[in-house]
Design a protein around this ligand. Structure first.
Ligand SMILES: NC(=O)c1ccc[n+]([C@@H]2O[C@H](COP(=O)([O-])OP(=O)(O)OC[C@H]3O[C@@H](n4cnc5c(N)ncnc54)[C@H](OP(=O)(O)O)[C@@H]3O)[C@@H](O)[C@H]2O)c1
Length: 353
């Protein structure tokens, strides 16, 4: 996946230097990526996160598994529940949820050396701009296309494939990390147009809210035609906005993005046939937004469907389905009232089965 130039940059930067990498917000993605980097002796990896995670990893060690059978174990890990040691880091992989970025900024400004690049790995739109407004450090974006779930204490599992899409840079330590991931069989794709990559990932993440509202497993939800019709409509709204904005979102599915709504609208029997491996999801799996709501945490809705609504206003294009989805998630977050059912949302949006 990497160009020869990037490979050289990665290899040559190692000469005599041991880079210190900070994983800031060590949860599913942070622990998964960090465990890989721990395998490289030229890297010193520091994990920053919650005390509960520190205790969990101290007790169980950190291991990662993958659908393609790559397994790594890292023990002991250097885990910090205070950010003081960030001062030693040469690169930061920022892996908190988008909702945790604002409070985190104050801490980053306090402890990070100003030349240290920060790689923001959140889902959602506007993250890089938000960080760059407040932070003097170089900010890069990386988009994670696969899902990572915690199987049991200390063990993180990658449930799906795809290469991490990483904004191109000439920073030696960043290129070293990218190269290390490649060596460890975690593919990375360098990208010049990170906006297109971000916008393409959002297209898929529009389903998170719908999954949480439906209260179904992802598999059941995908086999429900009304859920698919709503998802198709939410995607169509985003694709219209992208077209007006002059952005061609990257496709992560193997299908051209423009065909996705059409594909989702197929009758269920046909969809089941055509979807094939797309439906090979753990029967219990649900979206992380559903998990957040169960844990009574704020969701990333305003960075996902909320971003579609904001951009729709900017380009004067209506986004009624995404607006309805945002409203329902807000209701669930506040614990105020039951959201509309999928059928009610269909009716409000003027969609018929
Ligand atoms: N998981 C996936 O499969 C996946 C896939 C692609 C992209 N992403 C994106 O990657 C990002 C991270 O997702 P994730 O699933 O890894 O989230 P996560 O499991 O919640 O991990 C984030 C960790 O950071 C901790 N944290 C938050 N604020 C902190 C602070 N100020 N100091 C120390 N620790 C702090 C959180 O603790 P608390 O929970 O206690 O706040 C949590 O343990 C999200 O934007 C998500 O959309 C995730």
């Amino acid at each position: 996946m990497l160009s020869e130039q990037a490979k050289d940059a990665g290899r040559h930067s190692t000469a005599g230097q041991r880079y210190c990498i900070g994983i800031v917000g060590a949860g599913s993605i942070g622990c998964y990526l960090g465990a890989h980097l721990c395998q490289d002796n030229a890297l010193e990896v520091k994990f920053f996160g919650r005390e509960t995670m520190a205790l969990e990893l101290a007790a169980h060690g950190l291991s990662v598994t993958s659908f393609d059978h790559h397994t790594y174990f890292a023990q002991p890990v250097a885990f910090y529940s205070s950010l003081n040691s960030l001062i030693e880091c040469d690169v930061v992989l920022l892996t908190v949820k988008a909702t945790a970025l604002v409070p985190m900024l104050t801490q980053l400004k306090r402890f990070l050396r100003p030349e240290v690049p920060v790689v923001a790995m959140q889902n959602g739109i506007g993250i890089g701009e938000m960080l760059s407004q407040d932070l003097a450090n170089p900010v890069l974006r990386a988009i994670v296309p696969f899902n990572v779930v915690k199987n049991r204490a200390g063990q993180f599992h990658r449930a799906s494939g795809g290469a991490i899409v990483w904004q191109q840079s000439d920073h030696a330590a960043v290129n070293y990390i990218i190269n290390a991931f490649e060596q460890l069989k975690l593919p990375v794709q360098l990208c010049d147009d990170i906006t297109a990559a971000e916008y393409g990932k959002l297209l898929l993440n529009l389903n998170n809210a719908l999954n949480a509202i439906s209260n179904l497993s992802l598999q059941q939800q995908l086999l429900d035609r009304n859920c698919r019709l709503l998802l198709a409509a939410a995607m169509q709204e985003w694709l219209h906005i992208c077209r007006k904005a002059g952005i061609k979102p990257v496709s992560y599915t193997g299908l051209p993005n423009a065909l996705l709504p059409w594909f989702l609208r197929l009758p269920t029997a046909l969809f089941r046939l055509a979807a094939g491996s797309m439906l090979e999801i753990d029967e219990q799996a649900r979206s992380s937004m559903w998990d957040d709501l169960q844990a009574k945490k704020r969701t990333e809705i305003m960075f996902l469907n909320g971003a579609v609504v904001r951009m729709g206003q900017l380009y004067q294009l209506p986004a009624p389905v995404n607006t309805l989805l945002v409203e329902q998630i807000k209701r669930l977050e506040s614990g105020e009232a039951a959201p509309l059912s999928i059928n009610d949302i269909m009716q409000h949006a003027g969609l018929t089965s």
